[in-house]
Design a protein around this ligand. Structure first.
Ligand SMILES: Nc1nc2c(ncn2[C@@H]2O[C@H](COP(=O)(O)OP(=O)(O)O)[C@@H](O)[C@H]2O)c(=O)[nH]1
Ligand SMILES: [Mg+2]
Length: 309
């Protein structure tokens, strides 16, 4: 016999359940219903039904997560890619909006972002792709992105979340930055303690507020930490006769160990075969304008000039 529950919290949760747009919202509403369901003997059936329903929902969410279909079609991997990973409401969309040209939807509701969102961080003439991975505990989380990204930002509101996220990720990425968000809500003393704890764990970390408009948000420092996390070389190319200073604008990005040949091939496939002479300025040169061969290894911030046949 169906029983009539009139606890207002239960009724509210039930309404939420029926108007939920996705599985996570449904689960969250269902959990509320369970916690407000009557505890007397006559409601045993109801409680049973609710927990069965919860089991089914959880299984469904898990299944969707496991199918792990990568939704990253359309994201062409750039030289420097960083992915933000975190629980719902940790401030991922806000961070993406503050650091890039993207305008993702930001809301206090849970699971707002259902597709990876991408933006570009402009940093000293280079471009860094910043991707918001949908909430890690939700059905839209994209595991594929963890493999393609060069750097992972673990965005958390409290230190305990780091461990939880790592457990779900099941792998540590090479370059990991712990970013503790919403520090505008902490007292200076709490901030100091948090910093000390993260320091003692030897994390590469940063304390921020992901809302640009908030003061002392530390976002410039985070940009620098992100940039420094990539193991890359910035190489400028110079046209013969052009001024050195004017050539130092948009560097190309190469991997450590790259040679003059790699630089040429990155400009244009096959170019290295047509090179007559290479001159180099900067850290890898003995003197400005030194002539070098194709196997010469370049260093960060070198300037390279090619003469072709
Ligand atoms: N106080 C404070 N609130 C924040 C901060 N960053 C985000 N929020 C709020 O947290 C909620 C969730 O933000 P959102 O960026 O949508 O989180 P997401 O679910 O991780 O993408 C929103 O209400 C934001 O306004 C922050 O640095 N400080
Ligand atoms: Mg979001």
């Amino acid at each position: 016999m169906p029983i009539n529950v009139n606890d207002p919290e239960y009724v509210k949760a039930e309404k939420e359940f029926h108007s939920s747009k996705n599985l996570e919202e449904k689960l969250s509403a269902l959990n509320k219903m369970i916690s407000h369901a009557p505890s007397h003997k006559g409601a045993e059936n109801l409680r049973q039904q609710l927990t069965t329903r919860r089991k089914k929902l959880e299984a469904l969410i898990e299944k969707k997560k496991k199918s792990g279909k990568s939704k990253k079609e359309g994201i062409r991997k750039g030289d420097m890619q960083v992915v933000i990973v975190g629980f719902t409401n940790s401030g991922k969309s806000s961070l993406l909006k503050s650091l890039t040209n993207a305008s993702p939807k930001i809301s206090p509701h849970r699971f707002t972002t259902s597709n990876p969102e991408i933006g570009i961080i402009e940093h000293e003439g280079t471009q860094i792709q910043l991707i918001e991975n949908p909430a890690i505990e939700g059905e839209f989380f994209d595991r594929g992105l963890l493999n393609s990204a060069d750097t992972t930002i673990l965005l958390v509101e409290k230190i305990e979340d780091i461990k939880k996220i790592k457990e779900i990720m099941k792998k540590t990425s090479r370059n990991e930055i712990i970013v503790l968000n919403k520090t505008d809500l902490l007292t200076p003393e709490q901030k100091r303690k948090t910093s000390a704890t993260l320091q003692s764990k030897r994390y590469n970390f940063c304390l921020i507020s992901s809302i640009k408009e908030l003061r002392n948000n530390n976002l410039e420092e985070l940009k620098k930490i992100i940039f420094d996390s990539f193991n890359i070389l910035r190489i400028f190319t110079k046209e013969p006769g052009k001024d050195i200073e004017k050539s130092k604008q948009k560097p190309m990005i190469l991997k450590p160990g790259a040679t003059v040949k790699d630089v040429a091939e990155k400009i244009l496939k096959g170019l290295s075969k047509r090179i007559k002479e290479t001159k180099i300025w900067g850290p890898s040169s003995k003197f400005g304008g030194q002539k070098v061969g194709l196997t010469h290894k370049v260093k960060d911030l070198d300037i390279v000039e090619f003469k072709t046949k």
